[in-house]
Design a protein around this ligand. Structure first.
Ligand code: CP3
Length: 345
């Protein structure tokens, strides 16, 4: 058994070692369910402007660790900063979510440029550096970006939606414009992640929140290949582990694992966990899976599911997390209880 008092338990597990208890963090651990987040958020008129304010962004990155002492902080930023850096206008409207204007046509794709995009995101690297300075040696700092397909669905649709079919139609109808857009997203995202690692991020995560529902050839083209290419470019420059989250991709998780490109794979909520352990576990360190709505509910239902996940992955390198992010209605005391369950106290 490894020494959990040693430096960075999460990094050891991501390196393939097992631990006495799973290291943990939570998707959307910083956010509206915390009153101290809402307090700082209220001082900023716009969400993007907030993301570009290193002092406050660093503060909200650290807030959840003060309460729950998780093993990792995740950079406070958003996957929709890249479209702005490529030249699309992005803003968040209260009650409506993100608006990206104008939504993309092939002509508009040809007006975007990845040239200098990573430089335009320099306040984010300052946030990373600030958090790294304040974070203890035993804590991991996770940097992140959206995966190209997921970011493209917002760019093409022009707003947040539960239905990314406009982007799928675009991919079929305009294959060349789609390929050009993907190449811009791959190169800007790889450079953005390299800069985060150079500023002090220990781990990088790619969020492919809209990977579900793609036919296999499209999944290969728009999810698997671009993320493998980003991992290749990042690892050619910096020595950091990468976690990929191909949310909802079901059996196609197997192809992702078999690519060998990623150190970690983040599991969504409806993943059969025994299957994941058996088929994916030998190829990548597994993370996640807990239904965030169980943390809204709390109590026995939450405890039973946390214990099921911990028992399933016992003896394997596993990072406890959710299968998707906390919702704003999550009671903070349920998060405290879940943290105690994971720590075994
Ligand atoms: O604690 C953390 O998770 C770190 C910060 C973080 C945010 N967004 C902050 C945020 C991270 C890692 C993200 C990722 C992100 N952003 C994803 C991928 C993960 C997922 O949830 O699937 C996606 C799809 C987005 C895009 C996005 N950001 C949308 C659609 C929205 C609006 C809907 C909503 O949840 O409000 C956001 C806004 C956003 N990003 C908020 C936060 C805390 C809330 C906005 C606010 O406080 O005003």
């Amino acid at each position: 058994m490894m020494d959990l008092n040693g430096s960075k338990p999460l990094m050891k597990v991501l390196g393939g070692h097992t631990a006495d208890r799973p290291p943990f963090w939570f998707m959307r651990q910083a956010g509206r369910y915390l009153p101290e987040y809402r307090e700082i958020r209220s001082r900023h008129p716009g969400f993007i402007e907030f993301c570009f304010s290193p002092e406050d962004a660093a503060e909200v990155t650290l807030q959840p660790l003060r309460r729950y002492d998780m093993d990792a902080a995740i950079l406070f930023a958003d996957i929709l900063l890249i479209p702005g850096a490529l030249g699309q206008n992005v803003r968040f409207v209260k009650g409506e979510g993100p608006l990206l204007e104008p939504s993309l046509s092939p002509t508009l794709v040809s007006r975007l440029s990845a040239e200098g995009a990573a430089d335009r995101l320099s306040p984010i690297y300052e946030t990373v550096a600030r958090v790294r300075r304040e974070l203890g040696d035993n804590k991991t700092l996770i940097g992140f970006a959206g995966s190209p397909w997921t970011v493209a669905t917002y760019m093409i649709n022009g707003r947040g939606t539960k239905d990314p079919s406009a982007a799928r139609v675009f991919a079929y109808r305009e294959p060349q414009a789609m390929a050009d857009l993907m190449e811009m997203l791959v190169s800007s995202t790889a450079e953005y992640l390299i800069r985060q690692a150079e500023a002090g991020a220990d781990v990088l995560k790619l969020f492919d929140s809209w990977a579900a529902g793609l036919p296999e050839p499209l999944f290969d083209l728009l999810c698997l290949r671009p993320n493998v290419e980003i991992a290749r470019r990042v690892k050619a420059k910096v020595d950091v582990p990468i976690i990929y989250f191909p949310k909802g991709s079901g059996p196609l998780y197997l192809k992702v694992a078999q690519s060998g490109a990623f150190d970690g794979l983040a599991l969504d909520t409806h993943m059969p966990m025994d299957w994941a352990k058996r088929e994916l576990g030998p190829k990548a360190v597994l993370q996640g899976g807990m239904d965030p709505l169980l943390v809204v509910e709390g109590g026995k239902a939450m405890r039973d599911e946390a214990e099921r996940l911990i028992a399933t992955f016992e003896g394997t390198p596993y990072i406890f997390n959710l299968g998707h992010g906390f919702v704003p209605e999550t009671p903070p005391e349920h998060v405290a209880e879940l943290s105690r369950i994971i720590k075994g106290i």
